[in-house]
Ligand binder design. Structure first.
Ligand SMILES: NC(=O)c1ccc[n+]([C@@H]2O[C@H](COP(=O)([O-])OP(=O)(O)OC[C@H]3O[C@@H](n4cnc5c(N)ncnc54)[C@H](OP(=O)(O)O)[C@@H]3O)[C@@H](O)[C@H]2O)c1
Length: 324
């Protein structure tokens, strides 16, 4: 990757878990960054960003609401590239799925893409998720789930899986917009993102490993998780932005393992915590996803191992005082 970029780019959701890492790497590479936050008066959203190296001269914060087009347009104005991350990340039950998840994810994406198109942005990297690839129960069992696979929206509705529904519908809306309006869009589909924490709060994916370490026995039946290091995800965005040849969807996972196998690995590495024994898969999940992230590997991404992801996550949870 080239160094010392003098471009201005916008990161929506810059205050979040992944967003903060992306802002950090972009500043390190010389970019000027417009990062969006939901509440600019809340130090919990701003202080960790303002503390980053290069922030004083090259970081500008903008308050946005995903449903307020003008606030988004102001943040994107002057940027040549956009990384769209802002989206509600609620995997637990919600009262009003339309208002809490679907609307901000879908309308927010359209607002960001419209503002990007209006201001002549060169490329937008949209954050989707592995949740827009699976659950996909009708996908043939003997065919690897790759970027051709889409989450089954009827299955999501029947099972009230509103987060995967929100990511799937938002990604579909992004592709439709890109095609209709001729905007250059590439999509990143990360798995379960873990690793060192920059913001002062825990996001949904770090809550998973936090809960495991606290002995939570909540069982995710048939849940295969695609672990990926947060720094690798941040690098993946930059690779997709800087490599003009990148196109389409990009699964971003180091490994896919059954949740029970993941929990067993955490227990093995950290026997001092009461990590519960959970049902394990009967087949080696990794075999099924050989080359899952081939597109990103071909662009030069070297994925951190699952063991290191777990170690970096636990050490960060300790050093930030989330666990003793
Ligand atoms: N973490 C994962 O494992 C994972 C995996 C795949 C995809 N993703 C996707 O990656 C992106 C970032 O996720 P994350 O894990 O970093 O979660 P996060 O820490 O919760 O970050 C989400 C960001 O979106 C902002 N946001 C949410 N609703 C908003 C609204 N209505 N208006 C303006 N901003 C809003 C949040 O602002 P506040 O901080 O003010 O709430 C925050 O900056 C999301 O699109 C998520 O779906 C995450």
């Amino acid at each position: 990757m080239s160094k010392e970029k003098e471009e201005t780019v916008c990161v929506t959701g810059g205050s979040g878990y992944i967003g903060s890492w992306l802002v950090r790497l972009l500043l390190d590479r010389g970019y000027t960054v417009h990062a969006t936050v939901k509440d600019i008066k809340n130090e919990g959203e701003t202080k960790h960003l303002e503390a980053l190296e290069g922030a004083e001269s090259r970081l500008r914060l903008f308050q946005i609401d995903l449903l307020d087009y003008d606030s988004i347009a102001a943040a994107i104005n002057g940027a040549v590239g956009v990384f769209h991350l802002a989206s509600p990340c609620i995997v637990d039950k919600v009262q009003d799925p339309e208002k809490e998840l679907l609307q901000p994810a879908i309308t927010g994406t359209i607002n960001v893409l419209t503002a990007a198109k209006e201001s002549g942005v060169r490329r937008v990297v949209v954050t989707s998720s592995i949740s827009a690839i699976t659950p996909s129960p009708s996908w043939p069992a003997d065919v690897i789930k790759d970027e051709n696979c889409w989450t089954d929206l009827d299955y999501c509705t029947q099972n009230e899986l509103w987060y995967p529904a929100s990511k799937t519908l938002a990604e579909k809306a992004a592709w439709e917009f890109a095609k209709e309006k001729g905007l250059d869009v590439v999509v990143l589909n990360p798995g379960t993102v873990m690793g060192p924490i920059l913001p002062p709060v825990l996001n949904a994916s770090m809550l998973m490993i936090f809960r495991l370490l606290k002995g939570c026995t909540e069982v995710y039946e048939n849940f295969f998780m695609g672990s990926v290091h947060v720094k690798d995800v941040a690098l993946a965005y930059i690779l997709l932005y800087e490599n003009q040849s990148a196109s389409g969807r990009h699964i971003c996972v180091e490994a896919i393992s059954h949740y029970g196998d993941f929990a067993a690995k955490v227990a093995e590495l950290y026997p001092e915590y009461k990590v519960p024994r959970l049902p394990k898969d009967t087949q080696p999940g990794l075999l099924r996803v050989k080359n899952a992230s081939k597109k990103l590997i071909d662009l030069g991404l070297q994925f951190t191992s699952m063991e290191q992801i777990i170690k970096d996550s636990v050490e960060s949870l300790k050093s930030k005082g989330f666990i003793a």
